[in-house]
Design a binder for this molecule. Sequence first.
Ligand code: NAD
Length: 260
Amino acid sequence: MLQRIAFSLKDKIAIVTGAASGIGAAIAEAYGLAGACVYAADQNEPGVRETATRIEQAGGQAFGVRTDITEQAGCEALVARVLSEQGACDVLVNNAGVGHVGTLLTTSPEDLQRLWSVNVQGMYLLCRAVLASMVERKQGSIINMASALGLTAMEDRFAYTVTKHAVVGLTRSIALDFGPTGVRVNCICPGRVETPFVQQRLKEYPDPEKYRAQMVSSHAQKRMAQPWEIAGAAVYLASDESAFVTGSTFVIDGGYLCGK
Ligand SMILES: NC(=O)c1ccc[n+]([C@@H]2O[C@H](COP(=O)([O-])OP(=O)(O)OC[C@H]3O[C@@H](n4cnc5c(N)ncnc54)[C@H](O)[C@@H]3O)[C@@H](O)[C@H]2O)c1
C-alpha cells in the first residue's frame, strides 16, 4: 500500500524549552509551521513571547510561557497548564541548555552544579512531569538536546561534556524503560550551530576570531550549522514517521565526529 510521508505535526501539542533563542526558537517555529500547537517555554519571557508572536504571524498557534526549568514547581506548572488547556501533551523538546569553558581544575563546584541543574536536572524534571500522561495515552515523543560532546570529549569543556553525556544516558534509560508503552525518547547531537550560545563561548577566549576559525575547521564541512538545520530532525522525531525510532542519538554535526 502507498504510504504518504508528510512529516506533519497537525493537531499535535508540543512543549519546546529554550525557545527564546537559537535552536529552540527554530524548533518552535518549525513546529508551528508544521501544524503543531506550541508552548514555547524559556526563562527569557520577552524572548519567548517574540517567538510565539512570530509563529502566530506565520499562521500557527503558539503560547510564550516564562519557565525556569531548574525549578520543579515551574516545570510541573508548565505541564499542568498544557494538560488542562489542551488535554494532552504529544511532544516535549528539552532544548534549554547552558555552557561553560574550563577543565576539571578550572570548573568550580558551583559551575558544575549550574550546568547540571539546567542541562540534566531540568530535563529530568520535565520528563517526570509529562511522562505519566504520555504513558496513559500510550504515545508521546520526548526529544532531548544533547551535543556531539555527548558522544566524545573536547578540551576545556569538562562540565558541558559531563552533562551532555548524561543527557545521552538519560535518554537511553527512559527509552528502554518506557519502550513498551509507546512513548519514544530520543536525543539530538549537534555539532557547532551559529547561535548566541556559541557567541558567548567565543567571548571566553582571548582571540575569538582565531578560536572561531578552529571551531569551523573541526567539522568536515568546514562550517557551522544554522539553527533550522537542527530543527528538521526535531520535526522528524516528533512526527508519526519516526514511530520506530527510540533511544537514538541523532547526530547532525557536519562531519565533526567522523574524524574523531
Ligand atoms: N549552539 C551550538 O553549537 C550547540 C551545539 C550542540 C548542542 N547545543 C545545545 O542546544 C541547546 C540550545 O542551544 P542554543 O545554541 O540554541 O543556545 P542559546 O543560548 O541560543 O539558547 C538557549 C536558551 O535556553 C534558555 N535557558 C537557559 N537556561 C534556562 C532555564 N534555566 N530555564 C529555561 N530556559 C533556559 C536561554 O534563555 C536561551 O533562550 C542547548 O542545550 C545546547 O547545549 C548547542
